[in-house]
Design a protein around this ligand. Structure first.
Ligand SMILES: *Cc1c(COP(=O)(O)O)cnc(C)c1O
Length: 482
C-alpha cells in the first residue's frame, strides 16, 4: 500500500467509523451467528499475493461484522460495559500510527512521562492516597497477579524469585465468595495452588463477613499456614457488592497481611465525592486496581494499578542486574539526579503500548465534570429502574442497587399464577434471558445469587439515555409475560 492509498482508505474508514457509531443501536446487539460460521467463510491458507484494501474492507463489512457483538451499542446491558468514546478512538489511531514501545524511558520518553502524569491526575481526581504510585496494566487480571507476586516476594524477602518454592509452602489468600475469577487465576499462576484460596462467606448484602475472615485467618495460623494476602472488592461482578475497605484493612494490618483491593469495575465511581464512603480506608491497601476501560470511556485495554511501595513491585519484576541499573534509572548522578521510570519493571510484559495517550485524551476531552456527569447519569438511570422494579409485583430485586447494576427476576404474573417454585422461577428467567438476547434488541447476562437465577442489567454504556432504558424495561416486561 502506498502512502497515498493509506490516506484515501483512512478517510474512508473514519467515515465508516462515524456512521457505525451513529447507527450502532440499529444492529442486533448480540451477534446472531452460530459457532464456526465465521471461521468457515475463509480459505484454508493465507493469500499468496497481497490483496487490495477495498476487497479486504468489503469482507470486513460482509463477513466479520455479522459476527460482532456490539459492545458500543446503548442496548448493551450485559457483563460490565467496555466503554469506548470518540476521544479514545482518535487517540488509539495515533497510538497505532506511532507504534512506539514503552518498555523503557529511553524507548519512549513521552509514553513513560505521560503515563506518570495521567496516573497522578487519576489519583488526585479520585482522592486516592497521595503516597501511591500508578502504572497502567493491560487488565485487572494482570494487576492482581502482580499484587499476589509482590506479596509473595515481600514476605519471602525475594527468595522465591531467586531459588524457587523450596521451604515455602502453605501460603493462604483470602477473598469473598463473590470475588472475581481473576483472583483464582492469579493464585494458580503465582504457584500457591487454588486450594489455598480461601473463600470467605458474605453477609446479606453480599459483602465479605469480616468475622468469618478473622476466624479463617486464626484457624490457618493455628494450623501453621501463612496468611499472605486478602483481596477485597469494591463492586463485585455478580451484584456490585462493596466490601468494607477499612475494616478489612485493619484486619490485614493486625496480622501483617498484604492488602489488595479490586475495584476493576466500580473504581470509576471514585471521581464522585458523594461516593467516597465506599473507598474509606483505602490508604490501608498495599495495592489497588480499577479499569478505566470499563466505565470511564477509555477503550480496552487500560487498567490503572496503584501500589504503596513501588520498590517491592520493581524488585519483584526487574530483569536488569544490579550493576546496570543506574545507567538507565538515573540520567545524572549526584544532587541533580533525574530518576526515570522504566515501566518494563512494573509488570509482566516487556513491551508496552502507549496506553496513556488515550487516557489523556479522554480525561481532557470530557474533563472531570464531563466524567462525573456521565457516571451520575448512569447511577440515576439505575435508580429509576430499581424503582420501577420495586413497584412491580411481578418482579423482585435480588441485591441492593449500590451503583448502576440492577439484579432482578420475574416472579410470574402476580394476579394469575400460583406461587412458582424456585426451580420453575430459575427456568422461566433463563428462558426470558435467552429470548431477549435472541431477539437482538437488548443484551443482558445473568448470575446466580443465593441459588436464584438472576437477570443482571448494567446501565453504563457510553451512549445510554433514559429513552433506551425505558424501552428496554418495556421489552423485558413484554417478554416476561410471554
Ligand atoms: C472485570 C473485572 C475483573 C477483570 O478485569 P480484566 O481487566 O478483564 O482482567 C476483575 N475484577 C472485577 C471486580 C471485575 O469487575
Amino acid at each position: 500500500m502506498t502512502n497515498k492509498e493509506f490516506r484515501e482508505m483512512g478517510h474512508l474508514f473514519v467515515d465508516w467509523m462515524a456512521d457505525y457509531l451513529e447507527n450502532v443501536a440499529e444492529y442486533p446487539v448480540k451477534a446472531q451467528v452460530k459457532p464456526r460460521e465465521i471461521f468457515n467463510q475463509f480459505e484454508d491458507n493465507m493469500p499468496t499475493n497481497g490483496e487490495d484494501m477495498n476487497v479486504i474492507f468489503k469482507d470486513f463489512q460482509e463477513k466479520i461484522l455479522k459476527g460482532v457483538t456490539h459492545w458500543q451499542s446503548p442496548n448493551f446491558y450485559a457483563y460490565f460495559p467496555a466503554n469506548s468514546s470518540y476521544a479514545s478512538v482518535l487517540a488509539e489511531m495515533l497510538t497505532a500510527t506511532l507504534g512506539a514501545q514503552g518498555m523503557l524511558w529511553e524507548t519512549a520518553p513521552a509514553a513513560t512521562e505521560l503515563e506518570e502524569k495521567v496516573m497522578e491526575w487519576l489519583k488526585n481526581a479520585m482522592n486516592l492516597p497521595k503516597n501511591w504510585h500508578g502504572v497502567i496494566q493491560d487488565t485487572a487480571s494482570s494487576a492482581t497477579l502482580c499484587a499476589l507476586l509482590s506479596a509473595r516476594e515481600k514476605y519471602t524477602n525475594f527468595a522465591i524469585n531467586n531459588t524457587g518454592f523450596e521451604g515455602f509452602t502453605d501460603f493462604r489468600v483470602y477473598a469473598s465468595s463473590q470475588t472475581h475469577s481473576s483472583i483464582e487465576k492469579g493464585v494458580k499462576i503465582a504457584g500457591f495452588g487454588k486450594e489455598n484460596l480461601v473463600y470467605i462467606p458474605v453477609k446479606e448484602n453480599f459483602s465479605i463477613d469480616e468475622n468469618a475472615l478473622i476466624n479463617a485467618i486464626e484457624k490457618d495460623l493455628k494450623a501453621g499456614k501463612k496468611p499472605l494476602c486478602v483481596v477485597a472488592t469494591v463492586g463485585t461482578t455478580s451484584s456490585t457488592a462493596i466490601d468494607n475497605i477499612r475494616k478489612i484493612g485493619e484486619i490485614c494490618q493486625k496480622y501483617g497481611i498484604w492488602y489488595h483491593v479490586d475495584a476493576a469495575y466500580a473504581g470509576s465511581v471514585a471521581i464522585l465525592p458523594e461516593f467516597s464512603f465506599m473507598f474509606d480506608g483505602l490508604e490501608l491497601a498495599d495495592s489497588y486496581v480499577f479499569n478505566p476501560h470499563k466505565w470511564l470511556m477509555v477503550n480496552f485495554d487500560c487498567s490503572a494499578y496503584f501500589v504503596k511501595d513501588k520498590g517491592t513491585l520493581i524488585r519483584t519484576f526487574e530483569i536488569l542486574p544490579e550493576y546496570l541499573k543506574t545507567a538507565t534509572d538515573s540520567l545524572a548522578s549526584g544532587a541533580d539526579a533525574v530518576v526515570v521510570n522504566n515501566y518494563r519493571d512494573w509488570g509482566i510484559p516487556l513491551g508496552r503500548r502507549f496506553r496513556a495517550l488515550k487516557l489523556w485524551f479522554v480525561l481532557r476531552n470530557y474533563g472531570l465534570n464531563g466524567l462525573q456527569t456521565k457516571i451520575r447519569n448512569d447511577i440515576n438511570l439505575a435508580k429509576w429502574l430499581e424503582n420501577e422494579i420495586s413497584q412491580n409485583t411481578d418482579f423482585e430485586l435480588l441485591a441492593p442497587v449500590n451503583l448502576n447494576l440492577v439484579c432482578f427476576r420475574y416472579l410470574g404474573n402476580n394476579n394469575l399464577d400460583k406461587k412458582l417454585s424456585e426451580e420453575a422461577l430459575n427456568e422461566i428467567n433463563a428462558k426470558i434471558l435467552q429470548n431477549l438476547n435472541k431477539e437482538g434488541k437488548i443484551y443482558l447476562t445473568h448470575t446466580k445469587l443465593n441459588g436464584k437465577y438472576t437477570l443482571r442489567m448494567v446501565l453504563g454504556q457510553t451512549n445510554l439515555t433514559h429513552a433506551h432504558v425505558t424501552q428496554a424495561w418495556e421489552l423485558i416486561k413484554t417478554e416476561s409475560r410471554k
